[in-house]
Design a protein around this ligand. Structure first.
Ligand SMILES: [Zn+2]
Length: 134
């Protein structure tokens, strides 16, 4: 999540955006990221913009964390979770979790020839689809 926020911050700075309204992420089901965890982290971030004000030693002033909190305060998070699709390296069959029982095992063995370790076409992505700001 930090990496994503950093990327948006840099882009926002380059575009002159001072307030992000919406962030849309694509989080594949095999990306290793948990959408619920991302949502929680985002909620904390967007609600926590005032936290820096009470900073006892004043170290929060102008820090990157404060800037990030200001930039994202009140923003909305949209998460798209594309289904996993894979291509068998042995027989070339394309299959995915939306194809039914055959490919729903976590190991993702090829339903035709049984080979493992396929090439993943989708479902491993973790990226910013877009963000909106002003
Ligand atoms: Zn196969």
């Amino acid at each position: 999540m930090d990496q994503i926020l950093r990327a948006i911050r840099e882009s926002a700075a380059a575009e002159g955006v001072t307030r992000v309204k919406t962030v849309a992420l694509v989080v594949g089901r095999r990306s290793g990221a948990l959408p619920d965890a991302l949502r929680f982290a985002f909620e904390v971030l967007t609600a926590g913009g005032e936290a820096g004000d009470g900073d006892a030693d004043g170290s929060g002033d102008g820090s990157a964390a404060d800037e990030t909190a200001r930039l994202f305060r009140g923003a909305r998070l949209i998460i798209e979770e594309p289904p996993v699709r894979a291509r068998c390296r042995r027989c070339g069959l394309e299959y995915g979790e939306d194809d039914g029982d055959a490919a729903t095992n976590w190991a993702f063995l090829c339903p035709r020839c049984g080979a493992g370790a396929p090439e993943f076409i989708s479902g491993r992505e973790l990226r910013v689809e877009f963000y909106e700001g002003e």
